[in-house]
Design a protein around this ligand. Structure first.
Ligand code: IDP
Length: 139
C-alpha cells in the first residue's frame, strides 16, 4: 500500500552536514521524495508538530532545539513508507534503542538531538503533511 510520511532532518542533522547521508539512505531504501525544503521552523509550527509532548520535561528544550536553526522538511512516498522510514531512523534514543545500521544508531548519541523525525501513523502523517506542506495535503 502506497503511503506518504513526513520526515524532518532536524537541525542537528543539518548542522552536522548529514543531509546528503540521510537522503542517500532514503533513496537507497527505495522511497520517493515528493517534497523537500530547507526551512527554519516557527514556534507555531513546532508547537503544533509536537503538541502531544506539551507538558513533558523535555518539551521546552525540544521546541528551542527545533526552532533555533534550519532543518530539512520532506514528504516521502512508497509502499509502507511510514514504517519503512521509522526502520531507517531507528528508535528514539540513539544509544539505548536505535540499532547500528539505522540513522540514529549510526550517527547519534543524544535522545533529544536525534537527527530525524518520521510520522508514526497514517493519521500523524496526514496531520503533519498538512502542517508542513499544506499544498500537498489531500493530494
Ligand atoms: P520519535 O521521534 O522517535 O517518534 P517521540 O517519543 O515521538 O519519538 O518523541 C519526539 C521527540 O522528542 C524525539 O525524537 C526527541 O527529539 C524528543 N524526545 C523524546 N523523548 C525525549 C527524552 O526523554 N529526552 C529528550 N528529548 C526527548
Amino acid at each position: 500500500m502506497t503511503e506518504r510520511t513526513l520526515v524532518l532532518i532536524k537541525p542537528d542533522g543539518v548542522a552536522r552536514r548529514h543531509v546528503g547521508e540521510i537522503l542517500s539512505r532514503i533513496e537507497r531504501k527505495g522511497l520517493d521524495i515528493v517534497a523537500l525544503e530547507l526551512r527554519t521552523a516557527t514556534e507555531e509550527v513546532a508547537a503544533a508538530h509536537y503538541a502531544e509532548h506539551e507538558g513533558k520535561p523535555f518539551y521546552p528544550g525540544l521546541i528551542e532545539f527545533i526552532t533555533a536553526r534550519p532543518l530539512v522538511a520532506a514528504v516521502l512516498e512508497g509502499p509502507r513508507a511510514i514504517a519503512a522510514f521509522r526502520q531507517l531512523a531507528g528508535g528514539t534514543d540513539p544509544v539505548e534503542k536505535a540499532v547500528p545500521g539505522s540513522i540514529r544508531g549510526d550517527l547519534g548519541l543524544d535522545a533529544g538531538e536525534n537527527l530525524v523525525h518520521g510520522s508514526d501513523s497514517v493519521e500523524s502523517a496526514e496531520r503533519e503533511i498538512a502542517l508542513w506542506f499544506p499544498a500537498l495535503a489531500g493530494s
